[in-house]
Write a protein that binds this ligand. Structure first.
Ligand SMILES: NC(=O)c1ccc[n+]([C@@H]2O[C@H](COP(=O)([O-])OP(=O)(O)OC[C@H]3O[C@@H](n4cnc5c(N)ncnc54)[C@H](O)[C@@H]3O)[C@@H](O)[C@H]2O)c1
Length: 359
């Protein structure tokens, strides 16, 4: 008889919320005082929080270093990954060392990937500072960098050691970055929580005014939805694909705009047009289409752009989800219901998509 193998199931890292991150016991408890620490920030976040980081780390870490990269999607790159790795080699970081990503989704995606491959894996702590980072990028363990072949084309799935969220970072976040992260919140609610959509509409003013009570509820809800989708599919073999709704068109638009359209803007637009497409091919009800359109319009998550539909259709073929000769995407079929794997994937009818995009 064969002996079984004990499989240890990987758990998804759940975030903890703190008030005052640099003084938090949570952060201290995670850092061994004698381990080397690398803090990675972009230059914008460093300008705002660099002094606080220095003050905190000087008091409780012996050997810490900082790496600052230019802010923006362009530096989520192979070059940045290599620079961070070279710094860690130079400073003799080993497997006990830890890297800390303090920033938005660009920084957490990049640092997560570096940490996954350095010495075959080192501890990484995420301290997301943008709303996109808090509700989406830091959750679930997807790490990535962009290449000339497309967005997020290199990466792995690996859970960080911890995710620490301090909502106070949102005070300094630009209105643009804050506002457009709502597209990912909206996506989570479309997937799993029809009533949550109403919460967004009912609390629109408080949310847009960054009132913390309202934000905290929304952020927690959004994270819980993402975790509930991922928890049974950490390696992205099934239901997790649902989290890509809005992203097939969204990534194509980001690409043709050469990333001048932000991820959040592109996803909002992608959600709208993927919903219209799903309705046109008879998969989404008229009622659900109207609800999605209504929430997008009421929240103001609408963008205008002049990129040609031909360029967007072409860019869709670069998507990671494509299989040979055809474009596949997860389809929005109904609001608030998790679907089984066999109902999620759809091979795109490119002629119909062209019609939808030109409508
Ligand atoms: N891994 C995932 O599952 C996942 C999910 C969603 C998005 N993402 C990735 O996340 C990225 C987008 O994330 P993002 O919108 O946070 O972008 P970002 O990291 O570029 O941050 C946006 C801007 O906000 C600034 N910023 C961040 N926090 C700030 C703060 N507290 N105060 C002032 N300025 C601040 C940054 O310097 C930057 O200029 C994309 O690369 C996307 O692919 C990953």
């Amino acid at each position: 008889m064969c002996e079984g193998v004990n499989l240890i199931m990987t758990q998804c890292t759940h975030p903890v919320f703190v008030n005052g991150i640099f003084n938090s016991e949570k952060l201290r408890s995670l850092l061994a005082p004698d381990a080397k620490i690398l803090v990675v920030m972009d230059d914008h976040v460093s300008g705002l929080y660099g002094a606080a980081v220095k003050k905190a780390f000087d008091t409780f870490v012996v050997d810490w270093h900082v790496f600052i990269l230019p802010s923006g999607e362009g530096d989520k790159s192979r070059e940045s990954k290599q620079k961070i790795e070279d710094l860690m080699f130079e400073k003799q970081f080993d497997k006990r060392s830890c890297s800390l990503a303090l920033g938005g989704g660009v920084v957490t995606d990049l640092v997560g990937f570096v940490g996954a491959t350095y010495m075959r894996g080192m501890d990484v702590i995420y301290m997301p500072t943008s709303l996109m980072g808090m509700v989406d990028a830091s959750i679930g363990g997807k790490t990535a960098i962009n290449t000339k072949h497309g967005k997020n084309t290199l990466g792995v799935i690996r859970q960080p050691k911890a995710i620490i969220i301090d909502l106070k970072f949102l005070i300094t976040l630009s209105d643009h970055a804050y506002f457009w992260a709502f597209s990912e919140v909206l996506k989570h609610h479309v997937i799993a929580d029809a009533q949550g959509l109403q919460y967004l509409l009912d609390h629109k003013d408080q949310l847009l005014a960054k009132q913390f009570n309202a934000i905290k509820k929304m952020v927690k809800k959004s994270i819980n939805i993402k975790l509930s989708v991922i928890e049974n599919d950490i390696e992205d073999q099934g239901q997790r694909a649902l989290l890509n709704i809005g992203h097939t068109l969204g990534h194509a638009l980001e690409r043709v705009s050469d990333f001048s359209i932000s991820h959040g803007q592109a996803v909002a637009w992608g959600l709208l047009y993927e919903s219209r497409y799903a309705y046109s091919c008879g998969c989404l009800s008229e009622r659900d289409l109207h609800v999605i359109q209504h929430v997008i319009e009421t929240l103001g998550l609408v963008i205008q752009h002049d990129y040609s539909q031909l360029a967007i259709l072409k860019a869709m073929r670069w998507d990671k989800k494509c299989s040979v000769g055809s474009v596949r995407m997860p389809l929005i079929r109904c609001i608030g219901q998790m679907l089984d794997r066999e109902f999620i994937w759809h091979t795109v009818d490119m002629d119909l998509m062209a019609k939808v995009l030109s409508s």
